[in-house]
Design a protein around this ligand. Structure first.
Ligand code: UD1
Length: 460
């Protein structure tokens, strides 16, 4: 095995920040049991793509159960830049895309948020033209958009990539995409969503084969159907969309965030605490629950929408391979790696979805974990305990893994790079505090002064 990071001295005072760095950090004093109930927020990945889908509709859209996240705020800015009116009232977004006028999304926003690229499908369907910069998002791999582009081309769009921007337009007079039979080389979540949205307003029938089956794809299909789209087969690998001339207004609630649920289930297992979580859709978590059971925790379904984690007396290692849904989700890989660092014996994690999603390994090793990587494999040898350390979050789910490790570790963990965490978790530290965790956001250099979390979208 190669790439083995060196374990630093566990009591090292080393910090990755300069004395001038005042960015907030998260301070966690580990080793405390948690208890209580967690209220699960709406799913980030659903909310973002439903916001893109709202562009399909030239009447009012209301999307409820939208989490308070930096990514949602950024997506709101993308929609505003296109001439869309968007306001937030409590957990609901009111979106009016009647006057959708701009076909060009701003680089500064799209470069920060991969999901914003998914507006290319609805923009093309509504305006017949779209100009979207190549996207950004977490640095977890190359993340090309070739499947989106080839699918749109199959539906009759003329697509060119020039100077880092994807230029797409529909030639001809009626400016409507044409239904097509499209086989995706890989069941990409984003490409499935882009093409499904584009097809809702196309002429004729589109068949997406080898489509992604993620619950967020089903949520988008249900949202579009609630606006009058004709879609069947979402949740299987073949989705059939019959185009309609227009869509009507909608009031729709986002599904619960299965990654947030998974993260709190791991919080229970890693701190050996019983936690109760609601609302959840247990069927969305089959692979995650199976792995928690293999590690030695029990997950009890208390009601159709409530789960309780009951940790076992010991934790056992297990092997995990990330896969498209219904396989084990790549978005839970880092959190399970944190848990497996404290599980007996050896575990192997194989990351097959993204090529560069092991940034948390070096940071977990700073906390006393014993993880070696080779390519997309990580071998985790369980250790009896972790020790608090200064660490840096490298991406969204890596930051959650460090929080989980910090909750279980002896002593104080200081996590930098909180902008990653704020992209995708709705008040994680507030929810953990309610469970009894010793966690607070403080200014970067001193570790003393509390600061408040997230700024988000203007509220009406
Ligand atoms: C979505 C989720 C993300 C999750 C991922 C996989 C959102 C906003 N994000 O990301 O949290 O981790 O699904 O479950 O919903 N690929 C290509 N060409 C393409 C598209 C994708 O090669 O045109 C590759 C990607 O580089 C990656 C793999 O396919 O290696 C999976 O990507 P995809 O399923 O598209 O993920 P996203 O939609 O970006």
């Amino acid at each position: 095995m190669e790439d083995r990071p060196i374990n630093p001295s566990l009591n090292s005072p080393v910090t990755h920040s300069s004395p001038e760095d005042r960015s907030p950090v998260l301070e966690i004093i580990g080793g405390h049991r948690l208890s209580g109930e967690v209220r699960i927020s709406g799913a980030k990945n659903s909310a973002l793509v439903l916001m893109a889908g709202s562009l399909l509709c030239s009447q009012d859209c209301r999307i409820r159960n939208v989490p308070s996240l930096a990514d949602v705020a950024r997506m709101g800015e993308v929609l505003s830049a296109l001439g869309v009116k968007i306001t937030r009232k409590d957990d609901a977004l009111e979106i009016d895309a009647r006057h959708l006028s701009q076909s060009k999304a701003p680089y500064e926003l799209v470069s920060q948020l991969r999901a914003s690229f998914f507006i290319i499908g609805p923009l093309l369907a509504r305006l017949g033209i779209a100009r979207i910069p190549l996207p950004g998002g977490c640095a977890i791999g190359a993340r090309p958009v070739d499947l989106h582009v080839r699918g749109l081309q199959a539906m009759g769009a003329d697509v060119q990539i020039e100077h880092g921007t994807v230029h797409a337009c529909i030639p001809g007079v009626n400016r409507r995409l044409k239904g097509a039979r499209i086989y995706l080389d890989y069941p990409s979540v984003g490409a499935t969503e882009t093409l499904m949205m584009a097809a809702t307003l196309a002429d004729g029938e589109t068949i997406l084969e080898n489509a992604a089956q993620e619950p967020e794809v089903v949520d988008l299909a249900n949202f579009c159907r609630a606006m009058g789209a004709r879609i069947r087969g979402a949740g299987t690998n073949t989705i059939v969309i019959s185009g309609v001339p227009s869509l009507h207004s909608v009031d729709y609630a986002v599904i619960p965030d299965r990654v947030e649920v998974g993260t709190f289930l791991v919080a229970g297992a890693i701190t050996q605490s019983e936690l109760s979580l609601a609302p959840v859709v247990p069927d969305h978590l089959t692979a995650v629950i199976a792995k928690l059971r293999a590690i030695g925790s029990e997950v009890v379904q208390e009601t159709p929408s409530r789960l309780r984690i009951v940790p076992g007396t010991s934790r056992l290692g297990t092997d995990i391979e990330t896969l498209p849904y219904p396989g084990f989700p790549t978005d839970m890989q880092a959190q399970f790696m944190a848990l497996l660092t404290l599980s007996e014996g050896d575990s192997i994690i194989t990351e097959t979805v993204f090529e560069n999603r092991m940034g948390h390994v070096a940071e977990l090793n700073r906390m006393g974990a014993d993880i070696r990587t080779k390519g997309n494999h990580a071998v985790i040898r369980g250790v009896p305990f972790l020790t608090g350390a200064p660490v840096v979050a490298t991406d969204l789910r890596a930051s959650a893994a460090l929080v989980l490790a910090g909750l279980a570790a002896r002593g104080t963990t200081i996590i930098q790079g909180l902008h990653h965490l704020d992209r995708g978790y709705d008040d994680l530290e507030g929810k953990l505090k309610l469970l009894g965790a010793q966690i607070r956001r403080v200014k970067g250099d001193a570790g003393a002064e509390s600061v408040s979390s997230l700024p988000v979208m203007p509220r009406s």
